[in-house]
Design a protein around this ligand. Sequence first.
Ligand code: FAD
Length: 424
Amino acid sequence: MGTSTTTDVAVIGAGAAGIAAARRLQELGLSCQVLEARNRPGGRAWTETATLGVALDRGCAWLHDAERNPLRACAEAAGLGWPTAVPIRGHRQGAFGSAAANAALEARVDEGLRALVERAGAEPDQPTASLLAGDPVHGAFLRYVVTAISGAEPETYSSGDAAEEDAFESNWLVTGGLGRLISEDLAADLPIQLGTTVQTVDFRRRAIRLDTSAGWMRTDAVIVTAPVGVLADGRPGFRPALPSWKTDAFEAVAMGRAEKVALRFRGRPFGDDLPHFLTIERPTGLLGFHIEPGPPAVAIAYAGGELAAAIADMGEDEAVAMAMDYLAHAYGDALRDQLAASTATAWARDAWALGSYSAAHPGAHGRRRALAAPVADRVRFAGEATLPDAFATAHGAWLSGRREAEAVAAVLGAATLPTPFASG
Ligand SMILES: Cc1cc2nc3c(=O)[nH]c(=O)nc-3n(C[C@H](O)[C@H](O)[C@H](O)COP(=O)(O)OP(=O)(O)OC[C@H]3O[C@@H](n4cnc5c(N)ncnc54)[C@H](O)[C@@H]3O)c2cc1C
């Protein structure tokens, strides 16, 4: 890239939103260039096999609201299958739940989430904590689920967000990884320039100028998909400065905290069981694990809110030891000798994410509209945080990228008319 580079549209970020935007822009006949700071596409959609020796989604893994999820059709088109929903099980007071107890637990969680969504939809935006039922057993369980899904403690999480949460609906897994689907299958053949940080977006003149770590370029329009945490950190910079209605929204809809600790074991410590989601209760609190009995046998802990913040702070070894203590509590200390490989995420310390996914503060759900709003028509914003529903998800990011590509095409007067949001 140099002084003479021009493109109809520059897309900042090659996550799900940027990839979707680039695909849609191409369909609409516009030239585009995707600029990505990392040395890999996908952003928070990242499947890797290096650490465990099996596919691990370090970011998004589940197709939330699976029946209606637009990425489901993409997975189908890419020839990828998926198992259906993973059942929930509990380990409480030192014992695995019976089949009946697990069924009751799952029903209670469904019921609790449904009641929460209903109340949240009917009442003004407030801390989600004030709408959670007080039942000490299922209350703790529900609290764990809501915190893990939202990435925020219910006291600091907008009930307006909770009312629209897609992840409360059916959740399916994609064979080979949701990250892989997005960063490989769906990003194939797109003009993505990796290792290129956009430092400044200068939109003072008709031709927008981007200064990047690899030179500068001109473009007629730009779609910014950086996560809100990164935008709040002032990256990229804008000339003129963004209006306060925009920058205030970066703070009001902040990044939540969610982290994973993944462990692979030798042998078959979880028996011949089917994949399931096991919550283990200890005096220190409750932690949930996606268990793949294998072989290879894998357990992936999922933590949200303060526990996730602690995991990112404590570092990998301590995080693995903490998750192992939970598993050993349920499966016995012999399990420790079967540990073959392990890792922990630290999205909160990732400079290009600074958190897991957006979680509006109480009262701030409506500010997502400000996140989505363009500045001067040709400076547009996509990314998971910009949707009033489907935020904090891969498919939400996907839909936002398509939305902004279509809006840019309308502004630039592209010949092709946008089609409604649909699969692909
Ligand atoms: C632990 C975890 C678990 C999750 N689980 C699920 C799940 O199961 N299901 C689900 O649907 N969703 C899940 N999500 C959320 C999902 O991953 C995200 O919502 C989605 O991937 C966000 O896509 P995006 O394009 O909006 O942002 P990103 O993927 O973050 O993409 C933005 C890109 O912009 C780049 N960038 C930023 N600033 C610049 C700059 N100045 N110059 C150049 N490039 C820049 C970044 O490097 C990044 O690659 C999870 C996320 C995490 C972290």
